[in-house]
Design a protein around this ligand. Structure first.
Ligand code: FAD
Length: 379
């Protein structure tokens, strides 16, 4: 197996980095402070195929391989995790539509998402059930040729900006994970009530919402895959989702490292740049080594997930997510340390990277859950 990226991967990285430096970086602080969702940037990113880049060309995407997709995510987050998250998550749920959806769903929604015209959501978590997905209480009951959905979802990325999404509900309550179904739910459905959550620690440009589902009716053709098959379908995408979060973490860490390196060469104390103190230069060397190790593990997980979602891929994805997310928070913390007092205020991007990186330890399964998954496959 070769671990060298090819010319196509380098070209993708160059393109996203240029977009990040020219379009995202200059407005990153502003969006963090205003918490404004970057709709224009999402549309612009779509022109370059950076939105839902793995969707095949026939539905308007770029058909990127998993490593290229990881590079896109990594570079968007390196520029700024908040805006990177808004662009990178604009097609949430599209893999589920692609793999299990009917042809009409793909034709109607995927081109709009890849064009940046619409965003989508993936609604799994509920107020009382996060890590325990199988415990969800939102129900869907069949009435004639419609399903009626009632319940509450929370922590839903794109909840107030999406036009459509994939929503998981219990169709056979009492059956645990065996009774869950995925539905395609348009956000303009009657009874679909999103409320923005805007007091986040980080990734503030990204949209987050709680969603009430008050008798939302969808036709039976909106079932994705099969009735009661949703949990198994979901499990197939967790490995890809976790690899994507690992790439987010690598990007955030690299952004913090870049800022620390620049600052260390500019800032002088005792009549010399602080980078000339071994305590600082070794810190930077350790940070760079940690980022590179997490990057390698992330690409390795991505290459496995591309081939299968077998136990090995699931284990590697969880390992990549666990290591990269813990590393990102540590590296951003060290980047603040390199900045001294200047790192503790918003004048420099490192405090933002620190706040933004923190989410990668929580969503798509917390670090503790990743350890459960890994140990289950070892013991
Ligand atoms: C910014 C953001 C965006 C999000 N986006 C989405 C989204 O788009 N769609 C969506 O569906 N969800 C989303 N989530 C929800 C996210 O996936 C959950 O927050 C996460 O899975 C944890 O669930 P919880 O918050 O209910 O925590 P809990 O499950 O209540 O966990 C609390 C603590 O208990 C620990 N714990 C729980 N169970 C175990 C166990 N079995 N073993 C060991 N430790 C355990 C956890 O690790 C954690 O430390 C998002 C969350 C945030 C904050």
């Amino acid at each position: 197996m070769s671990f060298k990226l090819d010319g196509a991967h380098d070209a993708v990285r160059r393109a996203v980095r240029e977009f990040g430096e020219e379009e995202i970086r200059p407005v990153a602080k502003e969006h963090d402070e205003s918490k404004e969702y970057p709709l224009d940037l999402r549309k612009k990113a779509a022109e370059y195929d950076f939105v839902a880049p793995s969707v095949p060309e026939e539905y308007g995407g770029a058909g990127m391989d998993p490593i290229s997709r990881s590079i896109v995510t990594e570079e968007l987050w390196r520029a700024d995790p908040g805006i990177g998250s808004a662009i990178g998550s604009a097609g949430f749920g599209s893999s589920m539509i692609l793999e299990y959806g009917d042809e009409w769903m793909k034709e109607e929604w995927l081109p709009r998402i890849t064009a940046g015209e619409s965003a989508s959501f993936s609604a799994i978590s509920e107020p009382a059930h996060g890590s325990n997905v199988a415990g969800m209480e939102t129900t869907a009951e069949k009435e004639g040729d419609e399903w009626v959905i009632d319940g509450n979802k929370t922590w839903i990325t794109n909840g107030t900006v999406a036009d459509v999404g994939v929503l998981m509900a219990k169709t056979s309550p009492g059956e645990g994970h065996r009774g869950i179904t995925a539905f395609l739910v348009p956000a303009d459905s009657e009874g679909f009530v999103p409320t923005k959550i805007d007091n986040k620690l980080g990734i503030r440009a990204s949209d987050l919402a709680e969603i009430q589902l008050n008798g939302v009716r969808v036709p039976e053709e909106n079932v994705i895959g099969g009735v009661d098959k949703g949990f198994y379908q979901l499990m197939e995408f967790f490995a890809a989702g976790r690899t994507s979060v690992a790439a987010q973490a690598v990007g955030a860490a690299q952004g913090a490292l870049d800022a620390a390196r620049d600052y260390a060469t500019e800032r002088e104390q005792f009549d010399q740049p602080i980078s000339e103190f071994q305590a600082v230069s070794h810190k930077i060397a350790e940070m760079a080594t940690d980022v590179e190790a997490a990057r390698s593990l992330t690409y390795r997980a991505a290459s496995h997930v591309a081939e299968a979602t077998d136990d090995e891929a699931v284990k590697l994805a969880s390992m990549a997510k666990l290591r990269a997310s813990e590393m990102a928070v540590d590296v951003a913390d060290e980047a603040i340390q390199v900045h001294g007092g200047a790192g503790y205020v918003t004048d420099h991007p490192v405090e933002r990277f620190f706040r933004d990186a923190r989410i990668t330890k929580i969503y798509e399964g917390t670090s503790e859950i990743q350890k459960n998954i890994i140990s289950d496959r070892l013991l």
